[in-house]
Design a binder for this molecule. Structure first.
Ligand SMILES: Nc1ncnc2c1ncn2[C@@H]1O[C@H](COP(=O)(O)OP(=O)(O)OP(=O)(O)O)[C@@H](O)[C@H]1O
Ligand SMILES: [Mg+2]
Length: 413
């Protein structure tokens, strides 16, 4: 279907329209428009304006137009913010009939409004200038919103700058806190060690007194002429001196510097040495010390001093557990799952179930002169060596086992 031609200034598509119909439509359009519209002839005499235009400037457009072609302009001038500039611009624009311009004007009455003003020549069908069109759009709200958005985005930028600075400062503080924490941790470790030494000193002092008292008695007896009595006394003195030697050994273990010296450890020799060291004290408690060392024990790399400390701690606990009843302390050494397994077993009364959970807590002890650090430090040492410490206990005895990885083996097996 070809479009019907119609000699009309309005684009109406296929709908044919009379001039009257066009006029009705135009009026309706002008009434409905959100734009204030003013049409003047090319000399500046005002001809038509719509109600929205009057609303913007706050005067009755019909009345003004009836009062004469100059009246609309006369009504506008006192309402604009800068009347002088307003008039000057109008003169400039009417001086050039072909000029198109878009700008903004502010009006103060009846209320403050910011208007976008657009003007262009009105042409007839032959492109001759027959008048001038003015449109005005109220952009007060839009501009305020824009301003608000601008202010808010400025504030946001400022806030994010402040946040970034605060984060930077917090980061710096965090570093300082970390430093302080590291220092505190170091100090705690030191003080833990110091209090360990302190506690051990108390228990050692107690033990030394217990050793020195019979020693003094035996020395007095040994002074006598009775040869048999003297031999017995020397024997007992020897035992007390052995106990002193074990005590010194433990003290040295605690006082030894933290730094570890890893080297291949001769575990069978370590077991034999610990058993020897312990025998005199064990004998006094009616405890027999027995060792079982299997063949082909894999090489374990570790700190000899620390591992010695572990074995002494466990063995001494075993002997102390059998203090009232006597029994057997067995230290065994065997190859096990890519490493070596040391077991220290006693035939004592076992560890009550309700305290098993706390055994490895620092300072947990059930002994009058205990420091409660033997198991705590032993397990730490074993873990430092990549090993595992386990406990089995029943009413007929207790067994601590330590697994240590063989040199080059995977840890934690
Ligand atoms: N073989 C064992 N049989 C029974 N109880 C044990 C045995 N080994 C440890 N315990 C219990 O575990 C507690 C903690 O032992 P741990 O070696 O840590 O400290 P301690 O022996 O009391 O003091 P120290 O620091 O002088 O060794 C002991 O007080 C004891 O109650
Ligand atoms: Mg102990």
């Amino acid at each position: 279907m070809s479009p019907r031609t119609h000699n009309s200034s309005l684009a109406t598509g296929d709908v044919p329209m009379s001039s009257d119909e066009e006029l009705v439509l135009l009026r309706a359009l002008l009434r409905a428009s959100d734009y204030g519209v003013l049409l003047s002839d090319s000399t500046g005499q005002d001809l038509i304006c719509n109600p929205r235009f009057g609303e913007m400037f706050g005067f009755d457009v019909v009345e003004s137009l009836n009062d004469g072609p100059e009246q609309v302009r006369a009504q506008m001038i006192p309402r604009v913010m800068d009347p002088e500039e307003f008039v000057q611009t109008l003169d400039e624009i009417y001086a050039d009939p072909t000029l198109t311009r878009e700008d903004e004007i502010a009006i103060l009455a009846p209320k403050y409004r910011l208007l976008r003003r657009y003007t262009a020549p009105v042409l007839d069908d032959h492109m001759a200038v027959i008048g001038r069109l003015w449109t005005f759009l109220d952009i007060t709200r839009t501009r305020r919103l824009e301003q608000k958005v601008r202010t808010q985005s400025e504030q946001l930028k400022q806030q994010s700058r402040e946040l970034a600075n605060a984060l930077k400062a917090a980061h710096g503080r965090l570093h300082k806190v970390e430093d302080v924490l590291t220092q505190t941790q170091q100090q705690l470790l030191e003080s833990e060690k110091l209090s360990a030494v302190g506690l051990l000193a108390v228990s050692v002092a107690h033990d030394i007194r217990n050793i020195l008292t019979p020693l003094a008695i035996e020395l007095a007896l040994a002074d006598q002429d009775d040869r048999a009595q003297r031999a017995e006394s020397f024997d007992l003195i020897q035992k007390q001196v052995d106990r002193l030697s074990l005590l010194t050994h433990r003290l040295l273990g605690i006082a030894r510097p933290q730094a570890t010296h890893r080297a291949p450890v001769d575990l069978p020799a370590l077991v034999a040495h610990t058993a020897e060291l312990l025998r005199p004290q064990a004998a006094q408690e009616n405890v027999t010390v027995s060792i079982q060392i299997a063949k082909k024990i894999p090489t374990v790399v570790g700190d000899l001093g620390q591992l010695d400390q572990v074995l002494v701690n466990l063995a001494l606990n075993g002997v102390q557990a059998m203090h009232a009843c006597g029994g057997t302390l067995t230290i065994s050494l065997a190859r096990d799952k890519g490493g070596a397994c040391l077991k220290v077993s006693d035939t004592g009364p076992g560890i009550p179930a309700n305290i098993r959970r706390r055994l490895f807590d620092p300072f947990f002890t059930t002994k009058e002169n205990g420091a409660g650090l033997g198991l705590f430090s032993s397990r730490r040492i074993v873990q430092d060596h990549g090993g595992v410490m386990k406990l089995r206990s029943s009413s007929s005895g207790t067994q601590f086992s330590i697994w240590l990885p063989a040199e080059g083996a995977k840890h934690g097996g």
